[in-house]
Design a binder for this molecule. Sequence first.
Ligand code: DWN
Ligand code: ZN
Length: 414
Amino acid sequence: MHQVISACRSCGTGGLRPILSLGETPLADALVDPARLDQPEASYPLEVAFCAACSLVQLKQTVSPETLFTQDYPYYSSFSDTLVSHARRNAERLITDEGLDQQSLVVELASNDGYLLRHFAAQGVPVLGIDPAEGPARAAQEAGIPTLRAFFDRELAACLLAEGKRAEVVLANNVLAHVPDLNGFVAGIGMLLAGSGVAVIEAPYVRDLIDRCEFDTIYHEHLCYFSVTALNRLFARHGLVLSRVEHYPLHGGSLRLFVRPGGEPDDTVRRYLAEEAEHGLDEVGYYRDFAARVEQVKHDLLALLGKLKASGARIAAYGAAAKGATLLNYVGIGSETLDYVVDRNVHKQGRFMPGVRLPIADPARLVADQPDYVLLLAWNFADEILAQQQAYLRAGGRFVVPVPEPAVLERSYP
Ligand code: DWN
Ligand code: ZN
């Protein structure tokens, strides 16, 4: 069951301009259990549109968060060392910069398995995680991270305030794009922030998505694709100030946003707003050729894999990622091309990719089975995965990257 919006998720204006349709796809993280292979899967349209009023790029379909993020949500952040070290650096810096100690409180929205809060807790800073996903929330609790299994919204913020909980730091990584009630979520953050507090929010950057043709990061969990222009208007609407913007290569290009209940924006904010205006991110024209470029990647990837198959090669894939599900189902790559997908996340192994239903195995299979090529679906962690897969590469294996342009990676050993 899903809804289709008729007005902007942020400013409420109608007349959204279509940018891209990826057709009907199954839910990207709805991995199929072996026992359910005889049952059909739900699939939903995936259509992206632009709001000319506030320049927010967004999905037209809303699948209920209960369907997406509660039972069986298979994503555990700690299965990526890159992500964990990124989180540790973030925590250590905030402890210093915000002078956090035993008297402080750090609240993380979508805290997953504690991959970030554990670094604050390790230094004696009180923390509270909030996450609706059963498995990851339990893993966090088992790791000693106090975690509320809930969706964050205005009402929950009011409850926490009534308990006297105000946060010096509110963290929200890879969740702002996921919430249907965007304004309620941001208002809740404002309510939770102590007067001198800061919200530190990370989200993929729409400019990287468009410029690097990262269309596979479009799936039903991601309702919004943010520019600094759209974010600045969203926060201002709730009396919050976007005070600083930083960019990180994580997940194909992400923004780290510092949001405060007062004060002035620094030069970084002014610079991003100016650059976005200069490049036209606040006009539909900037997005006009995106669909054609996505179609071209689809065509080129099918041609490359077809050529490899025709040469008799055996091909597997790496990363049972949500972005992998979008790519395989939109491009149309199934068991006629790929033998299986591998992933380090033990909660994904033994299950099947949505739609194309490729089996998911342990990465050790690559060395044991030595396929000729591996399609890198988790391209956003290429450095970590290639370093990890030296034995496979030394034995002659090759990786294929799908975006920004499909290509067989040159052999390189450290
Ligand atoms: O927004 C979201 C992003 C942050 O994470 C979520 N809605 C869903 C998820 O998207 P994804 O599944 O596309 O994310 P990742 O982090 O790109 O997924 C990478 C996959 O690869 C994970 O299943 C873990 C796996 N992996 C692995 O098997 N070996 C990752 C690394 C680094 C590895 O070495
Ligand atoms: Zn809008």
